[in-house]
Design a protein around this ligand. Structure first.
Ligand SMILES: [Zn+2]
Ligand SMILES: [Zn+2]
Length: 199
């Protein structure tokens, strides 16, 4: 008779004495490594999963976080560039040709369309880009940050975050270089298995 799959959680303690809880993933049949989450869309456990991005159609996590940051910041810079040069074009043309605003807008529909798109999308992209800097400088994922905020809203003290490297710059550098330091001192620690695993 097959042994039952392990359920519940196990506790992993590092050399510094900090403890974290690990859950068993019944879908992937493994104890989830520190800071990983099972993504329902990708149907697998993802290290440092921040979220499943509908725009890029994949998980944002351990391997692509710096690229995701670069994507958001380059999109923000592109939005700023379109805004600056689009407005400058309309203003200069209106001044040189002595056209009314309505005439200029009618003559440059593509510029107007680009400016409207920038006005709609760029603020949220820029806010998200800024938020990635905040998360990285605290060495948190969006999930971990939300968990802390929910706990604070309920009046509970924020749960300890054993992955904080002690300085914002150090955290940011670790995120940008995909350093193993992001996992604290839990990397390489044997995972205590309270139950047998049946595959
Ligand atoms: Zn899983
Ligand atoms: Zn996913």
């Amino acid at each position: 008779m097959a042994n039952p799959l392990p359920t519940g959680t196990t506790t992993l303690t590092n050399a510094a004495g900090a403890s974290i809880e690990l859950k068993y993933c019944g879908t992937c049949h493994l104890w989830r490594p520190p800071r990983s989450t099972h993504c329902r869309v990708c149907n697998r456990c993802v290290l440092l999963q921040d979220h499943h991005c509908a725009w890029t159609a994949n998980c944002i996590g351990e391997r692509n976080w710096p690229m995701f940051m670069a994507f958001l910041w380059s999109a923000s810079l592109l939005g700023a560039w379109i805004l600056a040069f689009g407005v400058a074009q309309l203003v200069v043309e209106a001044r040189d040709r002595r056209w009314s605003a309505a005439a200029i807008i009618g003559f440059y529909p593509a510029t107007m369309a680009a400016l409207v798109m920038v006005a709609v999308f760029a603020p949220s992209v820029f806010c998200l880009a800024t938020f990635t800097i905040y998360l990285s400088s605290h060495n948190r994922t969006t999930r971990e940050n939300m968990r802390r905020r929910l706990g604070r809203r309920r009046g509970a003290p924020p749960p300890p975050h054993p992955y904080d490297l002690g300085s914002g710059w150090r955290n940011l550098l670790a995120a940008l270089t995909r350093s193993p330091a992001r996992y604290g001192a839990f990397v390489g620690q044997p995972i205590p298995r309270p139950g047998p695993i049946v595959v």
